[in-house]
Design a protein around this ligand. Structure first.
Ligand SMILES: NC(=O)c1ccc[n+]([C@@H]2O[C@H](COP(=O)([O-])OP(=O)(O)OC[C@H]3O[C@@H](n4cnc5c(N)ncnc54)[C@H](OP(=O)(O)O)[C@@H]3O)[C@@H](O)[C@H]2O)c1
Length: 347
């Protein structure tokens, strides 16, 4: 139950993450969905753009509106494509008590990396600093009213690697292979569905913009730096990310040290689950155990000093909408888990 109600806006609500924020907030007892923006879909009923939402009784009354019509809200979720919020931020900041940004715009601090990966952000610096917030790893709540949520593949990687580097258990070189479903590219994604179907291919082998984010966040959360090779692949599934990370343990580190570190890192964290003693393939994190839920699964396997970490999550929920709602819950004094699903949807 919630003891107060927040007036909430979803900006860019006609896209995939925006639709998912709406879907989850329709069942959240502490939220009134006060405003939903879209540009091309302005004036269109929500149930037309997101048919999977049309049978909720509250959806019949909801339409998308242009952002200029935004009036005062407690919280705004920005689900715009990366690069679209910076120039709209003055308007949003004026009318929202808190801004939770799901896009990459303001995650990076190094100006050279911002210029390289987020050139539109560099042209429109924010009036107040954005805090980068990962509920399980940040250690404390952000102080300001602007919050950046992590990238979906970055955060899956962070959940997988955090215990290793917090405990100084692995040497610096880490190779990460991330596989992602098609909704990761958004509704405006350019790949024809027929070319994705039945295929499994490289997405980006070098220079992905989540690489500097992983370096920055792991450094902030653990004090460690690493020599990271981060490559991504495109899966033929609508949702889900599975990340495999390969490293070598430091001299003298035993398998038991690693298992203890993983168990300890996520004690009391409802949405990161470490798979205990995985042996068979189905014991490891997998998409069918997380898709539809706000849970990230993590497992680690050690043999002869080689360490392989696996993490899986739903990119639209734990990688985006659910993560942002979890942040809102923590920042607003609600129970962390309020309105968030813990079980997956399968088969
Ligand atoms: N998809 C994921 O798995 C995922 C995970 C984590 C973070 N994110 C981040 O979340 C953000 C949204 O992703 P998404 O997958 O929801 O994208 P999306 O499906 O493409 O939706 C984008 C939304 O923004 C609106 N929009 C598009 N272009 C715009 C523009 N130039 N100016 C203003 N509004 C515009 C669209 O509305 P109209 O078309 O109606 O105008 C739509 O509502 C991105 O920054 C992405 O990096 C995505």
């Amino acid at each position: 139950m919630a003891d107060h109600t927040l007036r909430v806006a979803v900006i860019g609500a006609s896209g995939y993450t925006g639709g998912e924020v709406i879907r989850l907030l329709l069942e959240h007892p502490g939220v009134e969905l006060a405003f939903l923006s879209a540009e091309r879909s302005a004036g269109v009923p929500v149930g037309v753009v997101h048919p999977w939402l049309r049978n909720h009784p509250a959806v019949a009354k909801l339409k998308f509106r242009p952002l200029a019509e935004l009036r005062d809200v407690d919280v705004a979720f920005s689900c715009l494509p990366t690069g679209a919020l910076p120039q709209r931020l003055p308007l949003v900041a004026d009318r929202a008590g808190r801004v939770l940004n799901l896009a990459g715009d303001f995650r990076l601090r190094d100006p050279k990396e911002v210029e390289r990966h987020y050139p539109k952000t560099a042209q429109h610096p924010p009036s107040e600093e954005f805090s980068y917030f990962v509920p399980e790893l940040s250690g404390s709540l952000p102080e300001g009213r602007f919050v950046s949520l992590p990238g979906c593949m970055a955060v899956a990687t962070l959940y997988g690697l955090y215990p290793l580097f917090a405990g100084n258990l692995a040497s610096d070189r880490v190779i990460v292979d991330a596989k992602t479903g098609s909704t990761g590219g958004g509704r405006g994604g350019s790949e024809p569905p027929a070319e994705r179907a039945g295929n499994f291919r490289v997405h980006k082998l070098h220079g992905h913009r989540h690489t500097p984010e992983i370096h920055q966040a792991l450094g902030e959360f653990t004090g460690a730096s690493m020599d990271l090779q981060f490559s991504t692949h495109s899966l033929d599934v609508p949702r889900g990310i599975l990340v495999t990370a390969y490293s070598r343990l430091r001299e003298g580190v035993e398998s038991l040290d690693v298992k203890r570190a993983y168990a300890k890192a996520y004690v009391g964290k409802p949405f990161v689950r470490v798979r205990p003693a995985p042996k068979a393939p189905q014991d490891f994190p997998m998409l069918k155990a997380v898709v539809g839920s706000n849970v990230a699964e993590v497992a680690v396997s050690v043999k002869d000093g080689e360490c392989v970490t696996v993490a899986a999550l739903d990119n639209l929920i734990k990688g985006a909408a659910g993560q942002a709602i979890q942040a809102m819950n923590l920042l607003s004094g609600f129970d962390e888990a309020l309105g968030l699903p813990r079980t997956a949807v399968s088969p």
